[in-house]
Structures are given as C-alpha cells and as structure tokens.
Design a protein around this ligand. Structure first.
Ligand code: KG4
Ligand code: ZN
Length: 374
C-alpha cells in the first residue's frame, strides 16, 4: 500500500518543520557525542558541603589525588560557623583546584567533565563549589555532573580494592547524618533506617564540647578512649523503633551526668577523661551496631560497609570486626582519608554517572537537605 504523507506535511508548516529538523539534528548530535564519550573519562571533582574544601582528579575510575584544605577557623567556636565556612571555601577553592590539576599533571583540555556536590550540606558552602564548577564547565565547554554527598560517602568503597558486591549494607555515619542503606547498584541505593534527630558525629562533637575539648571532638574522644575503661560509666539505652536511631537523648543524659559528677568533684572530667571517653564511645558504638545487626538479620545481607567521618572511629572499626567474626559478615572499611569529607568520593560517584551519561544543566542549584535517591 502506498504511504500517504500529505496529512503530515500539511500540518507541519515551514517554520515548524525547520524547528523540527533542528531538534532532530540536535538530538542526533547529542547521541553521537555521548557515543564518543570516553570510557575512561578524566573528571575534576569538587567538594565543599561543610568545612573541607577539596578537589580531586579521577581518570578512568582511578583516583589520581585528593587535595583537602581543612578550615581551622572553626576550632575555637566549638562547631562549624556557616558564614566563616563559605568565606574560607571562597579563599581556598582556586588554590585547591589548581593543586589537584597540577599534581595530577592534567591540563584543562584533558578534562571530560566537572563534578560538584549539590547537597546535602550548608547552603553557603555548597554555593561556592557549585558556582565554581559551573564557571569552569562554562568556560571549558564541559558537561557538569551533580553528586549527592551521602551517596558519594557510600561510593568511596569503590576507590580502593576490595570492593563490596551488590547488594550490600552501608552504615553511613557523619556529622550531619546517620543512615543504614541497602546498596543495590552504584546509582541505586535506599535508606532503610536513619536518625530522627541528631547524627552520631554530632553526639561525639557535642559531648566533647561539654568536656571542654575543641571542635571536631570525635577524633579526640577516639584518642582518649584508647587508654580508658569502656565499662567505667554506663548510660541508659535509647529505644527507637525498627532500624531508626536517636542521639539527642544521650546528649542530654551526658550533660546531666557531667553536671552531677562535677558537683561532687569539680575536677571529675580532668581526672577521668580517658574512662569517660571510652565509656561514651562504647555506648555510641553499641547503638550503631545493634541497628546494623538488626538490618543484616532483616535483609539477609551479610556484606556490611561503613562510611562517613565517624567510620574513622577505632572503637567502631574494632566492634565491627568482632561482630563480623561472630556473625560471618564480610566487612568493608574505607581508608581514613576517604571516610571524612573528600572530593575523591565525589569523583568516584561522578565516574559512574558519566558512564550512564547522567549530566546536569547549568541551572542546577544546591540543595541543603538533598535526600538519597533524589
Ligand atoms: O563525613 P564528615 O567528614 O562530614 C560530614 O559530612 O558531616 O564527618 C565529620 C564527623 C564529625 O562529627 C567528626 O567528629 C567525626 O566525623 N569524626 C569522628 C572521628 N573522625 C571524624 N568521630 C569519632 N571518631 C573519629 N575518629
Ligand atoms: Zn560527609
């Protein structure tokens, strides 16, 4: 049967037809460009969600470097001051990016994409990284890749061998988040439990502040705990349903504990610092492991990973190791530099997104409370 094209041409007048052909040509060019994208892309990744300004160059999924400028300005304030953090990012970002490019021996023309943290994080801090990445992408004609900071913490497990295989469980513990995730694939993960209030990193930092220690107190509690008795003091458990957490109760309980003990002995903290730190750390670690054990039982998944700043904690690492032996888990713990905030994990996540051509437009704005899977 002869095909009748008259109706088609009659509804598509000249200007519409021209537009239609241009769109078709653009789609064709985009498809060709994607097919020509290298399988071993070179990506510049930028992280600026909180108080570390970091840049990393990653080529073909291999991290070439991980430059981090930490912000000492917050130490004396006992916590991150958002306004000071964004100013420090502004001061550091150019130097950090230049250093990452130079130490990797990379020229602008070698880059295939620029990746940045879109959220979650402090809005003013995120804005610095997002704007810088957009400026570079625009100037160099490169595609942009947006990354969720919490997904990147999980994907830090693919920087070094051995990698977990899918599906695996990941306990992501940082200054702003405490989550248990089932990771089905590089870009497919689901939160199955999380904190209803404070993050465990915040509990570490606030408890340290109550003892007069500077920010961030987590690593200091870890250090003092090494020489302490973890059974010296006990705190009442916080009961939460299912796989969820709450850390606001222990913060208040710890405040009253110190207040009461200091009434009896004003030098209580100084005289018992190691034991207090060991006992508190043990309590927090037990809260984490109890839920992680429940998650493994409920899902039947026995590959278990930890990620985020608190994954650097030696008490958590030891307890995880013991639980793994007792329960037959295979565990994955990232190198220290990839636990706390870093751009290498942003680059790793960007590598997987690049391979799936998941690029972002120049209109992408930072999102302070960006959720996993958004
Ligand atoms: O992942 P991260 O660098 O930043 C956020 O995304 O929040 O995590 C920072 C948190 C801080 O609360 C810090 O005190 C905690 O990680 N942290 C530790 C240790 N190292 C870092 N907490 C306990 N023990 C450590 N060794
Ligand atoms: Zn983080």
């Amino acid at each position: 049967m002869k095909k009748d094209n008259t109706k088609k041409t009659s509804v598509m007048n000249a200007p519409y037809r021209k537009n239609f052909l241009i769109q078709k040509k653009t789609r064709f060019l985009i498809t060709c460009k994607f097919m020509l994208q290298p399988l071993h892309p070179t990506i510049l990744a930028i992280e600026s969600s909180c108080d570390e300004t970091s840049a990393s160059v990653i080529r073909g999924g291999k991290v070439l470097n991980n430059v981090i400028a930490s912000q000492a300005v917050h130490h004396k304030h006992g916590g991150v001051v958002p306004e000071l953090a964004s100013r420090a990012h502004q001061q550091n970002i150019l130097r950090v990016v230049n250093e990452a490019m130079a130490s990797a021996g990379i020229k602008n023309s070698d880059l295939n994409a620029v990746a940045f943290t879109r959220g979650p994080g402090l809005l003013g801090s995120l804005l610095v990284g997002v704007s810088f990445a957009k400026g570079m992408a625009l100037a160099l004609g490169l595609p942009l890749i947006e990354i969720n900071h919490m997904e990147a913490h999980v994907l830090a497990h693919f920087i070094d061998e051995p990698h977990p295989s899918f599906p695996f469980l990941c306990l992501t513990v940082s200054g702003g988040h405490t989550q248990i995730l089932v990771v089905h694939d590089y870009l497919d993960m689901r939160v199955i439990g999380e904190t209803h209030d404070d993050a465990v990193g915040e509990a570490f930092d606030k408890a340290a502040k109550m003892m007069g220690l500077p920010y961030p107190g987590g690593p200091l509690i870890d250090q003092y705990a090494a020489a302490g008795n973890l059974k010296a003091f006990s705190f009442s458990p916080t009961v939460m349903p299912g796989l969820d957490f709450s850390f606001s109760g222990i913060k208040t309980a710890f405040l009253y504990f110190l207040r009461d003990r200091k009434k009896e002995n004003p030098d209580f903290v100084e005289q018992n610092l190691h034991d207090i730190c060991a006992s508190l750390q043990h309590h927090l670690v037990q809260m984490l492991l109890q839920k992680l054990t429940l998650a493994a039982r409920q899902t039947g998944i026995h590959q278990v990973a930890i990620a985020g700043g608190v994954a650097a904690n030696s008490g958590l690492r030891q307890a995880l190791q013991q639980t793994a032996v007792a329960r037959g888990w295979q565990i994955f713990v990232p190198e220290f530099q990839y636990c706390t905030d870093n751009a290498a994990m942003i680059g790793m996540a960007a590598h997987f997104k690049f391979l799936q051509a998941k690029f972002t437009g120049l209109d992408a704005a930072p999102v302070a409370n960006l959720v996993v899977g958004a």
